[in-house]
Design a protein around this ligand. Structure first.
Ligand SMILES: Cc1ncc(C[n+]2csc(CCOP(=O)(O)OP(=O)(O)O)c2C)c(N)n1
Ligand SMILES: CC(=O)[C@@H](O)[C@H](O)COP(=O)(O)O
Ligand SMILES: [Mg+2]
Length: 635
């Protein structure tokens, strides 16, 4: 930390581990909370990141580290996007300026980064299962130490969380689940359970009724006080009966709460009381997402995840000047706009999201067609099978789930959609390299895990205009279709009308040539096109193909050109194993062709966090790399 910052962060400057936190008085902890909050804001406006979630758990984080003895005690953070305060006080304060940057700090817990990161998270609803595994492991080893899972109300809409609760209660295991309830997923939380869990009997009408009744009873001559006491007892049992406790007690958890998640003294007291007691406990903590930064408090959905904020505010109170919008539309925006356009004509279209209406671009669809927009919460498996049910009733569901989160619904895609050949469209945004969210969020597996499913067609557009026509075509196709497209801006392609059906299973010859075939899918097509231009300047004639379909692949076009050129380079933003290049090799082999080949994609590794462009450079997903591969085949 720079000397100049010593005064700004007087206490934080001396915090190098949770042991330093434990030495602080309550007043010092409150000052530390303020300093950590300001530190997070000051950095995240520069680096981007999950600002609102992390601001909401500053006190909770300090209280946990004040009471529990990490790393021997284990804290598993669900999703892990809210761990900035945790990282800052567990020895990573001075690296925090590298957050989410290539070779810098991850935005999520990483065991490789710190012993205080008990489990790598990123996908929601895993914390209870992982924590339970650790608790059972400690018990079997006779090891000391408590295990905690910190899970948000949004993540508690994920079914896996209940699988963990169910087993933990059954085992009567030593486990503390801290429910961080801020009423928000990314958007406002949905689902009956979230209503039940977060409903509070402190609502205005209830309080007015309570005061009226108390005034009325107190004025009754002679028996008033007794009746007031009786009413108080009745209220207690009323509260106990209707409070969220009954849900968690059904899982045999001891329910504690709700507790004010910004009251450090109360939190420390509750954690201290619960810590020594064996068995499963659920501590229900109420927090405010974005706490301490007015723009985030007022719009926690927008500030759930932010990019670099162009005009960092002088204070936490001033309004924000939003960064200039990219002139080129993003694939997400084009998808959302096309969905609205199509839904005007077709009343059978239903849009489904798993707690990500904004991220998938369905906000305007939701506003325009409320009855045909469904947010199922963080429940991707349910979303897919729910869509299958809708398709059985003659609807055309479009399930918008990021590529990485679709991994969670693989069996539902196969078993409930592809096997019965139901006309469901899987719209997978963030397919390919996504960037700063890192390994857990890259969308690099979908072509591989979906290509093996019979009856499924798979498309990927070369640009944002082609996405529109592909979506139109998929909705007319009599069977399941997966449509995958990348995070971020398109190529600035002209969007032409009217929307038209693409010839199914057919690729597009962009330029002809006889020396080498460059065949791409999705963002790989532009790389091939640019490489073709480079090669032609060297006198090499490259045939460039936009495959459009991974399945059914346009065997005829690809094999005919491969036979003529004798050299083939394939390009995809997906794992090579089982991906698009593999599909081309299979087609060539099936036609008895053996050209010289180079496959460009991701070779059997998870991809770290960093800016999208820098990662693509590192992965060799560039026109230069495609041209170099072609030259190697020509050598
Ligand atoms: C399986 C999965 N689906 C979707 C997401 C995207 N996602 C990240 S955080 C989040 C909302 C989490 O809400 P909550 O658990 O309440 O945490 P909060 O942000 O409110 O602190 C979602 C939907 C994810 N990380 N994992
Ligand atoms: C933590 C999480 O999983 C989401 O917030 C995710 O980071 C959203 O990704 P986008 O920012 O690409 O919408
Ligand atoms: Mg929440």
């Amino acid at each position: 930390m720079q000397p100049s910052e010593q005064t700004t962060y007087e206490i934080l400057a001396k915090i190098d581990s949770p042991a330093d936190v434990k030495k602080l008085s309550l007043d010092q902890l409150k000052q530390l909370a303020d300093e950590v909050r300001r530190f997070i804001i000051a950095h995240v406006v520069e680096t981007g990141g999950h600002l609102a979630p992390s601001l909401g758990v500053v006190e909770l984080t300090l209280a946990l580290h004040a009471v529990f003895d990490c790393p021997n005690d284990k804290i598993v953070w669900d999703v892990g996007h809210q761990t900035y305060a945790h990282k800052i006080i567990t020895g990573r304060r001075d690296q925090f300026c590298t957050l989410r940057q290539l070779d810098g700090l991850s935005g999520f817990p990483k065991r490789r980064e710190s012993a205080y990161d008990a489990f790598d998270t990123g996908h929601s609803s895993t914390s209870i299962s992982a924590a339970l595994g650790m608790a059972v492991g400690k018990r079997l080893r006779g090891a000391s130490g408590k295990v905690l899972a910190v899970i948000g109300d949004g993540s508690l809409t994920g079914g896996m969380a209940y699988e963990g609760l169910n087993q933990a209660g059954f085992l009567n295991e030593d486990l503390i689940v801290v429910l961080n309830d801020n009423g928000m997923s990314i958007a406002p939380n949905v689902g009956a359970l979230s209503k039940f869990v977060s409903r509070s009997l402190s609502g205005g009408a209830y309080q007015r009724f309570r005061k009226e009744l108390e005034r009325f009873l107190k004025n009754m001559p002679g028996v008033g006080e007794n009746l007031v006491e009786l009413a108080r007892r009745a209220e207690e049992s009323f509260r106990a009966f209707f409070s969220p406790s009954m849900l968690f007690e059904a899982f045999r958890f001891n329910y504690v709460g709700p507790v004010d998640g910004h009251d450090l003294g109360r939190l420390i007291n509750v954690f201290g009381n619960v810590a020594p007691i064996k068995g499963p406990h659920l501590i229900h903590v109420i927090t405010q997402k974005g706490k301490g930064y007015r723009p985030a408090e007022e719009n926690p959905a927008h500030f759930h995840g932010v990019g670099k904020i162009a005009q960092p505010p002088a204070t936490a109170d001033c309004g924000l000047i939003p960064p200039p919008k990219p002139k080129i539309q993003t694939y997400t925006e084009v998808f959302g706009r096309t969905m609205v356009q199509l839904a005007k004509e077709r009343r059978d279209i239903v849009a489904i999201t798993a707690a990500m209406p904004e991220g998938t671009g369905l906000q305007s669809f939701a506003e325009s067609y409320r009855d045909r927009f469904i947010d199922v919460g963080i429940a991707e498996q349910h979303a897919v099978t729910f869509a299958a049910g809708l398709a059985c009733e003659g609807f055309r569901p479009v399930v918008a789930i990021y590529s990485t989160f679709m991994q969670r619904a693989f069996d539902q895609v196969v078993h409930d959609v592809c096997l019965p050949k139901l006309p469901v469209v899987l719209a997978m945004d963030r397919a390919g390299v996504v960037g700063e969210d890192g390994e857990t969020h890259q969308g690099l597996l979908d072509l591989s895990f979906l290509r093996c499913a019979p009856n499924l067609s798979i498309m990927a557009p070369a640009d944002e205009n082609e996405l529109r026509h592909m979506l139109f075509s998929a909705l007319d196709h009599d069977g399941p279709t997966a449509l995958r497209y990348p995070r971020g801006a398109g190529l600035g392609a002209h969007t032409d009308e009217p929307l038209r059906p693409l010839p199914w299973g057919k690729g597009q010859l962009l330029s002809d040539g006889g020396d080498v075939l460059l065949v791409g899918i999705g963002v790989g097509v532009e790389l091939c096109r640019l490489a073709g231009v480079m090669l032609s300047a060297e006198g090499v004639s490259a045939a460039v193909v936009n495959a459009r379909f991974v399945k059914p692949l346009d065997d005829e076009l690809i094999c005919q050109l491969a036979q003529r050129c004798g050299r083939v380079v394939t390009v995809e933003e997906n794992m090579l194993a089982g991906g698009f290049g593999a599909a081309v090799l299979e087609a060539l082999a099936a036609h008895g062709l053996r050209p010289k080949t180079r496959l460009i994609g991701v070779n059997d590794r998870y991809v770290e966090h960093g800016a999208q462009g820098k990662l693509r450079q590192r992965l060799g997903l560039t026109p230069e790399a495609v041209a170099a591969a072609a030259r190697a085949l020509l050598a």
